[in-house]
Design a protein around this ligand. Sequence first.
Ligand code: ATP
Length: 445
Amino acid sequence: MSQDKLTKIVSLCKRRGFVFGGSEIYGGLSSVWDYGPLGARLKKRIKDVWWQTYVEDREDIVGLDSSIIMQEGVFRASGHLQGFADWLVDCPKCKKRFRVDKLEKKDIDLYSCLDCKSDIDIEKYKPRKFNLMLKTNMSATEEDPYYAYLRPETAQGIFVNFSNVMNVTHKPLPLGIAQIGKAFRNEVTTGSFIFRMKEFEQMEIEYFVNPKEAEKAYEYWVQERLNFYIEKIGLKKENLRLREHDKDELAHYAKGCTDVEFNFPFGWSELEGIANRGDYDLSEHARVSKKDLSFFDNIKKEKYIPYVIEPSAGVDRTFFAIISDAYHEEEVKGKIRTVLRLKPNFAPYCVAILPLLKNRPEIVELAKKVFYDMKSQWPAVYNDTGAIGKLYRRQDEIGTPFCVTIDVDSLTDHKVTVRNRDSMAQERVDISKLKDYIAEKIKSY
Ligand code: ATP
């Protein structure tokens, strides 16, 4: 059933223009995806809500937009060049490549292939270590290369700008630096859609604190980020949970880490990680770059390297979670109706205007007028390219909460029919009261 749901979501995303395969007309590019017209809208909303919540609405966090390509030295200091690697093994039967830590363990050294289910004896088929960093040549010639790296997390752009930001903001600690941007990892993946991509987008905050306050800040951020998914993104509580990492699971730099997990179609998996990274990053960058990255607290007359708490979220995984949570199928008059029950603020369009007769100029004129009126307040779409039943189904599939039809009677009674996506109930509403009507209905989501 779950695999079935995943297949249906992938197909809907493609059919309706949420997500396309990368470089598709050339046969595609493994684990690279493009967002279509509707996907681009939804993705932007996610980023806007996050940015508004943390950068605009707070005084203890500032924004940053640092570059994707970074110098080798950065990743020598961060440990990514040496340590950012996965152990991979090829299945002897189906030849597919897997991460050893994701395989099903059957016995000591014996695993089961995730695809063809045959045994993989890792004593015999030795796993190899693959670095996950994507490298690029910034030199004009191949003979004399100058290698730089595409960042595997936006965080490093924040650490290398720590003193720049402190110098210009003159803010006390705790201070967060927030950034939304692309990150790149040469991941090995099998059919996990946008859950695991080679190019993806992160929303990260590095929250710098006095080491004495780090534990408290870490606990605060774990709860804050869980609440964000419930209250601001509107994911169902029962599809979210926290999972604290065991000591032996922690990254080499981390003092503590908790994942916010979501119940994806293929099971519970990480949506976001919140880590207490200690002073590892700033200390290492200070050591390798030979720059002083400590902070002087003017009031307490204390000098120290701050600890950092990092809530690191994925835009693409949030997108996936929203679609997955909203996806519904139900039987209506013997047929399956697919509907995305998106919250109005995440639906690509809040209102669809559908004129019933496109050959009647007076109806078209009135429909256009209503359309522009709606569009001035909410994202709206005008569609007259099919029979009404088909148009409703299309809007249901993309999650448009309200469809407004304009018919012959509208010309005389100045009313339109509003159809509710979830209940399919229809109501006649005065055109002059349409905005108030929709605004009121939105409040109930
Ligand atoms: P996983 O264990 O699933 O590989 P991770 O622990 O390596 O994830 P982090 O390094 O903690 O991930 O990255 C923070 C967040 O960035 C993740 O919670 C996720 O939302 C997002 N993310 C990481 N890698 C990818 C990817 N390959 N594709 C899409 N999103 C990703």
